[in-house]
Write a new protein. Structure first.
Length: 401
């Protein structure tokens, strides 16, 4: 599986297909490859060469995936061995230390896939525990090599594996969610963020348990919420809700989510922080907004942080219609001068798409929308300029007149 010396198995590109990979884009689709010289097993290191046989990069091969190769080094003399992965992990962890995201009681994304040069690997730290999410088969077969390095660098009490169903199927990954190394927490893990405490379910929570990418957005949005009545849709475990109350001094917060478990955790998190003006209910967020509108309810702020609506490019138009309807309902609930915090975690929806969606909402509701801030994921989710697909989160803070 590992190559202590440069590999002699080569994937040869079709003519005129090499430019993106000389440009250091890490994904080689099956349609770009003309042939493979040698017989690699899925997960093996393979050299990528031009149609003229010139070395371009080295990556991990997967015959089962549309992303036939994921590239990790453009140095022909650099093998993808344990020392390589250790260097990459050390560099990623060092960044989080420089960011000040190394509070032992806190949480942070230690590795963000392509953003840290480790395509297909996401590692989140929650206090003394690590949640590892693998979305590439090449990384899955290297867990036995990577985990001891993590243990040595981070010294966790336990490591849990989290998977993403669509990616495990697309990659042919045979992993299950659950404990991988060390001891597992009995119940939620408690973390601190901006002076607030949250319980996190590492076993069954969405993503790896908490929306770490919204870390700075929770604090920034709170600046606009003083004295306002806030509606937090898709509130999950209450991250925005608790921050709105505690950091933003909101007058009242109503959080809504479809998950009973998430709502129960949101209530517990509000209680944990002594937030008596937060209440939560379970229900469909679209239906909840329609009911609130019919009842004549109005809010000083609405927060929208829905799940991914577009999981493929073919679903883009349908997703944009859903975003339009969601934001239109929110605008109709806002008082004049109200604050709209609206998010999209769909990577296929660009910032321009999201802007245009809000334009349509403004035109159809007859309400002027002023964008005060355009934000993204917290800096422990770095974006590699060679892989712009890593920019997925949009968070617009708006004023609705």
């Amino acid at each position: 599986m590992e190559n202590a010396t440069p590999t002699f198995i080569r994937a040869v590109l079709k003519p005129r297909k090499a430019r993106p990979f000389y440009g250091r884009h890490p994904w080689v689709l099956d349609t770009a490859i003309d042939r493979v010289e040698g017989v690699p097993a899925d997960g093996d290191a393979v050299d990528l060469v031009s149609d003229k046989g010139k070395f371009i990069a080295r990556g991990l091969y997967n015959s089962r995936s549309r992303i036939r190769m994921r590239l990790y080094t453009w140095q022909q003399s650099e093998p993808l061995d344990a020392a390589f992965w250790r260097r990459r992990l050390e560099a990623a962890i060092d960044l989080r230390k420089h960011l000040g995201y190394d509070d032992p009681q806190g949480a942070a994304r230690l590795v963000f896939s392509e953003g840290d040069g480790q395509s297909g690997l996401v590692i989140d730290r929650y206090g003394d525990y690590l949640a590892v999410q693998v979305t590439a088969l090449g990384m899955a077969v290297r867990l036995a090599q990577i985990v001891p390095i993590l243990v040595d660098l981070v010294h966790p009490r336990g490591i849990v594996i989290r998977t993403e169903r669509g990616m495990t199927q697309a990659e042919g990954i045979e992993l299950r969610d659950g404990p991988y190394w060390g001891e597992m927490p009995q119940g939620p893990v408690f973390i601190e963020e901006h002076g607030l405490r949250y319980g996190v379910d590492l076993a069954e929570g969405h993503k790896t348990g908490f929306y770490l990418d919204q870390r700075e957005n929770r604090r920034e949005a709170a600046r606009y919420l003083r004295g306002r009545r806030v509606l937090d849709l898709f509130c999950y475990t209450g991250g925005f809700s608790v921050a709105a109350s505690a950091l933003g001094d909101a007058r009242e917060v109503l959080g809504v989510d479809t998950s009973e478990k998430a709502v129960a955790m949101a209530r517990a998190n509000a209680e944990l922080n002594g937030r008596t003006n937060c209440r939560f209910q379970t229900g469909d967020c679209f239906e909840a907004m329609e009911s609130l509108g019919k009842a004549g309810e109005r809010f000083g702020a609405v927060i929208l942080d829905p799940p991914k609506f577009a999981r493929s490019r073919s679903a883009l138009n349908e997703a944009l219609r859903a975003y339009h309807w969601l934001n239109r309902l929110a605008v109709q609930l806002l008082e004049p001068g109200g604050i709209l915090v609206t998010c999209s975690c769909s990577g296929h929806v660009t910032r321009e798409d999201f802007f245009d969606m809000l334009l349509g909402v403004a035109q159809q509701t007859g309400r002027d929308i002023q964008i005060l801030q355009q934000r993204g994921a917290s800096p422990d989710h770095p974006i590699a300029v060679t892989c712009p697909e890593g920019e997925y989160l949009k968070c617009f803070v708006c004023r609705v007149i």
